[in-house]
Design a protein around this ligand. Structure first.
Ligand code: NAG
Ligand code: NAG
Ligand code: NAG
Length: 505
């Protein structure tokens, strides 16, 4: 799979002669250069665009504001964005553009030093929250294409006429804004400022990773207007210091349809995003789906008895390897001794297959099961199977939560060095220093919750006896970071947990 790293683009070195290159004294100024190696991967609900965007407004106007063309609308219906990383709705104010004299300059934001020829800012605002959160700008980059962008056409048709008439308003042929603004995309977000005076530090930036097409002759229209008004020439601000601000990459959680998957082919550096999703949160209609929330107050207390562990768990295996299937990393062990468990309720023995992990992108998500609605940052599954007697479940999976502590569970330190190598070479076994599995699991006698459930990945077979340990194992912050890092390398591992399934009555 392609990773962000392979998309570092060669930047075009140019001399920039915009007048807007003074560094500001502010602390959260925009635009910035975004280094994709430093992104924080994250997810959020989809950004919601009110239906007004899809309807043709009564009127659409453009105005040469002296530094760009701004487009405003008169609309019967509200134009609002909400959800995503926003906690209140923001109303559409105007959209405008930044461009340069040639294809090597123009955009305000740059990605790994790469500049686009045109950047569009769709400005939204609200007045219920404090000033620092007053404005949201959705930014789109344009990339030269042999196909013209039809969404821009009615604007371009009037631009040469409006160019020389600063501050005058021109009505253009109305069109639904959705023709110009894709609604679904993964995006970069950070806190910044306006890029024109007074550079107020009140902007949440949402920068689409979906590039929009524009043809050379359409770009020429923008450049033609620069000859009419110096304010429209190279009207971009130079990059400002990031100053330790976080830039988050929010992955669009919705599964892509064929048509939008096609649009995604135009992603600039985020081809990897195509398959990167948040957790699997689809509710399955099956009656015995896993994971579940374990409500310790309503759990029935029963004396079931101890699990029996065969000798192999307490011996050093012949070898141990870690392997990634692209979704998680699994530890496999080959032992000369049998590795089997016996669960008191079933008369058959279950053979150890592998153990693997589920994790999220921050400490408060990651486990599949939850306990009293609390998630742990990680959950480990020790998978066993039997095929001897079809009356009994095919699998027994031991589930262990991992909680953050100062000292990691014994054995984890042997697995950790192999995690990133495994993520880097999918399906190749990476050797792990041998250790006794039972030592790792802590103890052979432990309190547990048990229920009949399913696999938590496709095909979600309802043939699993779950045994979820009451007490979590431990992982350190540093060890957990290694799993986060692996998810940056193999993005399919990001948030590789399934959400709890609603109980069916
Ligand atoms: C055009 O934009 C400028 C700058 O924002 C503003 O001062 C002017 O009032 C606008 N013109 C009209 C007719 O709205
Ligand atoms: C592990 O042991 C098995 C059986 O001895 C062997 O086939 C396999 O190649 C070994 N794997 C590694 C990575 O050493
Ligand atoms: C967990 O959340 C569900 C749904 O919000 C709620 O019905 C349930 O009471 C909660 N359980 C606990 C133990 O808080």
């Amino acid at each position: 799979m392609l990773t962000l790293r392979s998309f570092v683009v060669v930047s075009v070195i140019v001399s920039v002669n915009c007048q807007n290159c003074a560094k500001s004294n502010g602390i959260r100024q925009s635009p910035v250069n975004i280094n994709t190696l430093n992104l924080i991967y994250d997810w959020a609900p989809s950004l919601k665009w009110s239906f007004g965007y899809a309807l043709t407004p009564e009127s659409v106007y453009i105005n040469n504001t002296g530094s760009s063309f701004s487009l405003t609308v008169k609309h019967k219906w509200p134009l609002e964005i909400s959800s995503g990383v926003l906690d209140v709705p923001y109303k559409f104010d105007q959209l405008h553009f930044h461009w340069g004299d040639h294809n090597g300059i123009g955009s305000e934001h740059t990605i790994d030093g790469f500049t686009y020829p045109l950047e569009m800012h769709v400005v939204h605002s609200q007045n219920t929250k404090n000033d620092a959160d007053q404005i949201v700008v959705v930014a789109y980059f344009f990339k030269v294409s042999s196909i013209p962008n039809l969404g821009l056409q009615s604007l371009l048709d009037k631009m040469l006429e409006a160019g020389p008439k600063k501050h005058e308003i021109f009505e253009i042929k109305p069109f639904a804004l959705s023709q110009l603004l894709p609604e679904k995309f993964s995006y970069l977000t950070y806190k910044g400022s306006l890029t024109t005076p007074p550079y107020t530090e009140s902007v949440t930036w949402i920068i689409s990773t979906l590039e929009l097409p524009i043809s050379e002759s359409q770009l020429d229209v923008f450049r033609e207007t620069s000859k009419m008004d110096q304010g429209l020439k190279n009207n971009f601000r130079c990059g400002q210091d990031l100053n330790f601000r976080d830039v988050r990459l929010i992955l669009e959680p919705v599964q892509y349809s064929h048509s939008s998957a096609h649009m995604l082919l135009q992603l600039f550096l985020f081809v990897a995003v195509v398959t990167a999703l948040g957790p699997d949160c689809i509710q399955n209609p099956g009656a015995f789906q896993s994971p579940i929330d374990i409500d310790t107050k309503t759990a029935l207390i029963k004396k079931i008895g101890k699990l029996e562990w065969s000798t192999g768990y307490n011996r050093l295996p012949e070898n141990a390897t870690l392997i990634s299937n692209g979704h998680t990393v699994s530890l496999e062990m080959v032992s000369r001794y049998p590795m089997e468990i016996k669960f008191p309720l079933f008369p058959v023995k279950y053979k150890f297959i592998q153990l693997h992990f589920h994790w999220g992108n921050k400490f408060d998500v990651g486990s599949e099961h939850t306990m009293n609605n609390k998630s742990y940052p990680m959950e480990m599954h020790v998978v066993h199977t039997q095929t001897e007697n079809l009356l009994y479940p095919k699998y027994i999976v031991l589930g262990y939560f991992l909680s953050l502590t100062r000292k990691g569970t014994t054995g984890l330190e042997e697995i950790i060095p192999a995690v990133v190598p495994a993520a880097t070479t999918i399906n190749a076994p990476i050797p792990v220093k041998r250790f006794k599995l039972l030592k790792f699991l802590g103890s052979h006698v432990f309190p547990y919750y048990t229920y009949q459930g399913s696999l938590t990945t496709t095909p979600y077979d309802e043939s699993v006896r779950w045994i979820v340990a009451k007490n979590p194992l431990s992982i350190t912050r540093k060890q957990l970071d290694v799993f986060y890092k692996a998810a940056q390398i193999e993005i399919d591992m990001l948030n590789n947990y399934r959400c709890t399934q609603d109980p069916k009555v």
